[in-house]
Design a protein around this ligand. Structure first.
Ligand SMILES: *[C@@H]1O[C@H](CO)[C@@H](O)[C@H](O)[C@H]1NC(C)=O
Ligand SMILES: *[C@@H]1O[C@H](CO)[C@@H](O)[C@H](O)[C@H]1NC(C)=O
Ligand SMILES: *[C@@H]1O[C@H](CO)[C@@H](O)[C@H](O)[C@H]1NC(C)=O
Length: 300
């Protein structure tokens, strides 16, 4: 089976990439050239720079983010069109099958390295063009998270990009979800590429378990957790728990179990009290029955 698939893929790569080089076109259309943002686009970013990064980003998305080296796996489009246009609200928007609109207002207001910021936005919007969305069934938070994951992978994050563990829900979108996906990548290499592949036809939350072997447990108020605790700390922790009193909202933190081989190397908090302090006002997501399970529960 394997040699046969490999041959098929190689064959398709050969024939389709030839076709693609001839056909896939990147177009840049400034429909607001007379506006301040449109003028700034022409002066400081330009058509040729934009076309170039569209090609580079497209290749980056296929080869690095989605690991789609076989054209049969890629979303095929004949062209990608970037419009520099007046937009309400959004900095950029991907629409239709293969179009991107970038706001003139956004370009006008950019501070600092204009091309650098513009590239960050294009990494995000280009991902929308090439990602699978379960034919419309993938939740929008996950879609936006994958687009920001590309920005994160490319080390092109803007100031203020979420840190690991930030946010309210894993699927709240954008940088928060990108950080959650980064966490999943740490459990299963190429997680995002594999998830995207599964979402070609439909979305199912079970994909998280299919790919990581761990169910995605939603305790309601949980975010990414990347902590490993030393065995000796369990004892300290339990001692600590005895004296741990409910906070003013009537909640206590309950430890459930802790049974996996523990990796001291990745130990992130120097002691249980500091960890509890970290956790107290946070929303925690835990993937599977990892090193430690923890939940917020009623103090009654
Ligand atoms: C994007 O800009 C083009 C050109 O002005 C316009 O035709 C289209 O409606 C815009 N689409 C969105 C979603 O804003
Ligand atoms: C990411 O970019 C920053 C500057 O923007 C740079 O200092 C850092 O070395 C880069 N990291 C990697 C892993 O390339
Ligand atoms: C998700 O997958 C499970 C297990 O295969 C299946 O029972 C369920 O119907 C699926 N849900 C959706 C929305 O497709």
């Amino acid at each position: 089976m394997a040699p046969h698939s490999f041959f098929l893929c190689t064959f398709l790569t050969f024939s389709l990439s030839f076709h693609e080089i001839a056909a896939l076109e990147y177009r840049v259309i400034n429909v607001a050239a007379a506006t301040p943002g449109g003028i700034r686009f022409n002066d400081e970013i330009g058509h040729s720079f934009t076309k170039n990064i569209m090609g580079t980003i497209n290749n980056y998305i296929w080869s690095v983010v989605f690991q789609q080296n076989c054209p049969a796996d890629q979303k095929q489009v004949d062209s990608v069109n970037t419009y520099i246009a007046e937009l309400d609200g959004a900095a950029g928007i991907a629409w239709g099958n293969n179009n991107i609109n970038i706001s003139t207002g956004y370009i006008k207001d950019l501070v600092g390295d204009v091309k650098w910021h513009f590239t960050s936005l294009m990494l995000h919007e280009m991902t929308h063009v090439f990602q699978w969305n379960g034919e419309g069934t993938t939740p929008s938070g996950l879609i936006e998270g994958i687009a920001d994951y590309t920005v994160l992978r490319a080390n092109h994050t803007e100031w203020g990009f979420a840190n690991p563990g930030d946010g309210d829900r894993w699927d709240q979108g954008y940088a928060v979800t990108a950080r959650f996906l980064e966490y999943c990548d740490g459990i299963t290499p190429f997680f995002v590429a594999k998830l995207n592949k599964l979402m070609r036809v439909t979305y199912n939350v079970t994909y998280f378990e299919d790919l990581t072997g761990k169910p995605l447990i939603n305790y309601g108020r949980i975010t990414r957790l990347n902590i490993h605790i030393d065995v000796s700390d369990i004892v300290d922790m339990l001692n600590e728990m005895v004296g741990f009193s409910p906070d003013k909202d009537g909640k206590v933190i309950c430890f459930q179990k802790l049974h996996k081989t523990l990796d001291v190397e990745k130990y992130r908090y120097p002691g249980v009290p500091s960890f509890l302090e970290y956790v107290k006002n946070r929303q925690l997501w835990i993937l599977g029955d990892g090193v430690m399970q923890l939940r917020l529960c009623d103090g009654s």
